[in-house]
Ligand binder design. Structure first.
Ligand code: PRP
Length: 205
């Protein structure tokens, strides 16, 4: 059986919708339960439900053969995986944002709050800007509002969170969407089955 790691949360429903459109049985996965493993015996597929940020790790370590992961988290963890297909959903941007009207003092160390420390470090290194990283796990937009940081590096999807907190994008770092990824050796051992899934998902796009 091939294992596929699916992200829980807001991407789960879209991933299941895409898989169902491609003819895969995802019944029960998005329902109100705490089950973490589902099987589609007919298709020889086992679904593992994991945190979005962990999908690439499961795949990189071979605990899952394939998975659905956002490009944002792939950029952050740079896992040793193959990216097979852009699934087109979960579109968002990784961006630098600040309070509206904020002015940068380029002679000072920039305090950056983020749950994407690697992406932030790489970005500001390319800009030649020295930063102080403030690593957070969520609600990052709060940091500049209470002067914990000058700016944030975070995911922007609809822009509602920034807008409702009187913030704005000041630079765009990367665009992101959900990707079908594969473990490198699993891909070679299960070439036919993985390519078939890829083809069917692509046809359902
Ligand atoms: C993410 C992200 C932003 C928000 C952006 O947070 O960290 O806060 O979504 O989406 P928007 O542009 O559509 O408003 P999430 O909902 O995952 O929760 P978190 O703040 O706990 O990370």
């Amino acid at each position: 059986m091939l294992s596929i790691a699916l992200p829980t949360g807001r991407m789960c429903e879209q991933a299941c919708r895409r898989l169902s459109a491609a003819g895969y049985d995802c019944r029960g996965i998005t329902g109100p339960n705490r089950k973490l493993i589902f099987e589609d015996r007919e298709r020889r597929l086992r679904y593992l439900l994991v945190k979005p940020r962990d999908v690439a790790m499961y795949v990189a370590h071979g605990a899952a053969d394939i998975g659905v992961a956002g490009r944002d988290v792939i950029l952050e963890s740079e896992p040793d995986i193959l990216e097979l297909l852009d699934l087109g959903f979960g579109r968002c941007r990784l961006a630098v944002a600040a309070k509206k009207g904020w002015h940068d003092h380029t002679d000072r160390l920039l305090r950056v709050a983020t749950a994407f420390p690697h992406v932030a470090e790489e970005y500001f290194l390319r800009q030649g800007r020295q930063i102080e990283l403030i690593r957070l796990h969520g609600s990052v937009e709060l940091a500049p509002l209470i002067n914990l940081s000058d700016v944030i590096v975070d995911v922007v999807e609809t822009g509602a969170t920034l807008q409702q907190n009187n913030m704005e994008i000041i630079a765009e770092i990367a665009v992101s969407s959900a990707r079908l990824i594969a473990n490198k050796s699993s891909y070679h051992f299960n070439l036919a089955q993985i390519n078939q899934i890829c083809k069917e998902l692509e046809a359902a796009l």
